[in-house]
Design a protein around this ligand. Structure first.
Ligand code: ADP
Ligand code: MG
Length: 736
């Protein structure tokens, strides 16, 4: 990617957390990460390799070791970015690393301990302190949103129903880039308010998770702050600058085991790190600079961070490492990832007067409300003056210039006086004996109505005032915080601290430059007095270069191994997915009629925006001719066409279900059972008669009712039962 004047690279910081208790108890081997804070270098030792093997060294914009303080990291590396956001740039900070290495600690830290507060709470402080210290002609509007990406779905953490709602969609506009249209955004007026917003979102995250650590290591959390600042420009017109800040706590970067899982679990495993691997691909494509295509569209995360990576934003990446030997592979991968990200070039620019600035809308609305309110008050005042019948020759111009508060006071007075007057008039009507009762009633009603109107008007004015005040209070005006203004010393301290941070940053940059130049100028500085000396020097140099070559060879080998490993994993995932697909095909081919399948297929369309297949609606748009058949007239009022018989049956209230569905009746047989001595029956007398035989003379006086019996058994049965039993006996015979 060609560097142009306004381009700047992504700043990459690396932070290593201290060994935790468990790791310390694992053995005396200590950490595998060493840091040179002055040079910004990380030296990684391979615990499995021999001591002769060279250690791996990486250089970054800044490195923070286990003893680093949250405040130092903020002042040195984040403060300049937040200042840029306040000046109207887009800014992004994202924490990347294995689970448990301190991403959340770096981003959020421990809120209650001022020493351990992370980037986010420090940024809140920074933003609102800046606003309170700015000049009074500046107006600010601060908004915050909080979302997470879990299994490739965007969830709004500030929406109370987010757990049930479907994932949000992404949209792209030429002005603002990629955005989430339906995302809740809260206007915040103070640090307390924005902290409440953050807490609300964190609680929503915690509720969604049964095991917070497990969950947070699989979802990406994005806290978005928009700061709009309006200020009169040199041309006398108000200009608005909009800075957007993304604070991103990514999911754990460790490889999720994808092999050997199926169905839902497979889909989940495939989706969990989709965003992260897509992020890796985007970083590689950008760092490489040669490949024209950057696969931003491969995941939701990369689309949301599109501007932050190679676009209009200033970006800081914090890569977090664990020092334990057992995490060597992951630590190395994180360092490589971070090393690649250093090469990404962004083109940040100030967002001046964007069309969608909310501040402008707010200002317009406030102006409109104020005009409405003034008009109302002025009208009331005028009426009062007429009523008082004093100073009728006062001109309107003078009125308009009146103090707003005076107008308000007079309007109130007018309402009170008017009420008193109406009350007096009512009394007068009541006391007037010359009026008829009807007439009195009518006049009283009229006065009553007038009073009602007056009250309504007053209520409307009050509502308007409340709305106006609420709108106005959302805008923050610079230079209002007097307490803070008096605290000049603190301000000075901060400035000094900033200067020191700036200096150490510059120093490190210079050191790094010197190191690079050292290598280059080595050759130029060498002058040889004898051939022998030259040979020695060249041999030394050869050795140095040879070591370098070995390092690079090892690096290539490592990268190749990693490549092979990830390819194998992908192949395995692909095999699993193909198997799953075959299974689904089998079901479709065998259980879904082809015409149904074709119908479904013809209704499906692919939505590239959402990366999903969708059904076209069955009911056509109004412009298209009706495709759906009308409901048959015979079924008016019923769910489906219904026969005359069924309709009658419904009106009769009989239980008609049984008849239609051939379910046996269990009504009692009303014939009184007759019994006789079994001795009368002979074995040979098998009776297969189903006929109802009531005749006492038949079969020697034995009465059998709807039964067929074998020897002594007498069975009373319904016809359906009979047929079933008959069937059962017939079956084996036919089978033989
Ligand atoms: P992640 O978000 O990357 O999964 P966490 O931020 O939750 O990791 O950190 C895991 C643990 O390590 C936490 O208990 C945290 O307090 C601790 N920790 C992380 N980084 C540091 C640090 N720089 N100093 C002290 N403790 C840390
Ligand atoms: Mg975390």
């Amino acid at each position: 990617m060609s560097k142009n004047k306004s381009s700047e690279s992504v700043k990459v910081l690396v932070r290593c957390r201290p060994l935790n208790r468990k790791e310390e108890s694992n053995g005396p081997s200590g950490g595998i990460v060493q840091m040179d804070l002055r040079l910004g270098q990380v030296i990684l030792r391979n615990p499995r390799a021999s001591h002769s093997e060279p250690q791996k060294t990486f250089t970054f914009d800044a490195v923070y070791d286990a003893n680093s303080k949250q405040r130092d990291l903020y002042d040195e590396s984040v403060r300049p970015l937040i200042d840029s956001v306040l000046a109207g740039f887009n800014g992004t900070i994202f924490a990347y690393g294995q689970t448990g290495t301190g991403k959340t600690y770096t981003m959020q830290g421990m809120w209650l301990d001022p020493e351990k507060r992370g980037v986010i709470p420090n940024a809140f402080d920074h933003i609102f302190t800046h606003i309170s210290r700015s000049q009074s002609d500046k107006q600010y509007l601060v908004r915050a949103s909080y979302l997470e990406i879990y299994r490739e779905e965007i969830r709004d953490l500030l929406d109370p129903n987010h757990a049930n709602a479907r994932g949000l969609e992404l949209r792209e506009s030429p002005d603002t880039g990629v955005y989430v249209p339906d995302l809740t955004s809260c206007v915040c007026k103070s640090i307390k308010e924005i902290e409440e917003v953050m807490n609300m979102g964190n609680q929503a995250r915690a509720v969604a998770a049964t095991d917070m650590n497990e969950y947070s290591s699989r979802s990406h959390a994005l806290f978005l702050i928009t700061v709009e600042c309006g200020q009169p420009g040199p041309d006398g017109r108000k200009h608005i600058r909009v800075g957007r800040l993304n604070l991103v706590d990514l999911a754990g970067s460790e490889r999720q085991a994808k092999t050997g899982v199926q169905g839902e679990r497979l889909k989940e495993a495939a989706k969990i790190n989709l965003s992260l691997s897509a992020l890796g691909n985007v970083i590689s494509a950008l760092a490489d600079g040669r490949s024209g295509h950057v696969p931003y569209r491969d995941s939701k995360l990369t689309r949301l961070l599109q501007d932050s990576l190679g676009g209009n934003a200033k970006t800081v990446m914090v890569a977090t490492l664990g020092p334990a030997p057992q995490h060597y592979d992951e630590t190395l991968t994180t360092l490589r990832y971070a090393n690649r990200a250093k090469n990404i070039q962004n083109q940040p620019r100030v967002n001046e007067d964007p069309k969608d600035a909310l501040l402008r809308e707010f200002q317009r609305e406030i102006a409109r409300l104020r005009a409405q309110l003034n008009h109302r008050k002025w009208r009331s005042k005028q009426k009062k003056e007429q009523f008082d019948d004093e100073g009728s020759d006062q001109d309107v111009g003078e009125d308009a210039e009146c103090e707003e508060e005076e107008v308000e006071k007079e309007a109130k007075e007018y309402v009170e006086q008017e009420e008193q007057r109406l009350e007096r008039e009512k009394e007068a009507i009541r006391g007037d004996r010359s009026l008829l009762a009807d007439e009195k009633q009518r006049l009283l009603g009229e006065k009553e109505r007038m009073m009602g109107d007056l009250r309504k008007e007053q209520e409307a004015t009050e509502q308007l005032t409340a709305k106006y005040k609420a709108m106005e209070s959302k805008l923050l005006v610079g230079g209002k915080n007097i307490i803070d203004h008096t605290n000049e010393q603190q301000k000075m301290l901060e400035v000094k601290r900033q200067e020191i941070a700036e200096q150490s940053r510059n120093e490190r940059e210079m050191q790094q430059q010197m190191l690079i130049q050292d290598d280059e100028t080595l050759e130029l500085r060498e002058t040889f007095t004898s051939l022998q000396q030259e040979v020695e020097a060249k041999t030394k140099k050869l050795k140095k270069l040879y070591a370098k070559l070995q390092c690079i060879k090892a690096e290539i080998q490592d990268v190749n191994d990693e490549h092979v490993r990830s390819r194998q994993e992908l192949e395995q995932t692909q095999n699993e997915l193909t198997r799953e697909l075959k299974f689904k095909y089998l079901i479709i081919e065998n259980f879904i009629p082809p015409e149904e399948k074709n119908k479904i297929m013809s209704r499906m369309t692919f939505d590239p925006e959402e990366d999903q297949w969708k059904f076209q609606p069955l009911v056509p748009a109004q412009s298209k001719p009706l495709q759906m058949k009308k409901r048959p007239t015979s079924a008016v009022g019923y769910k489906r066409p219904i026969s005359q018989y069924a309709r009658v049956a419904i009106t009769m209230g009989a239980n008609n279900r049984f008849r239609a569905e051939n379910i046996m009746f269990l009504e009692l047989d009303m014939n009184p059972p007759n019994t006789a001595s079994l001795g009368h029956l002979k074995d040979a007398e098998w009776n297969f008669s189903f006929s109802v035989d009531n005749s006492p003379t038949n079969h020697r006086g034995i009465h059998k009712s709807r039964s067929w019996c074998q020897s002594q058994k007498s069975l009373t049965s319904s016809p359906s039962n009979v047929s079933l039993s008959a069937c059962n006996t017939a079956m084996p015979a036919s089978a033989q």
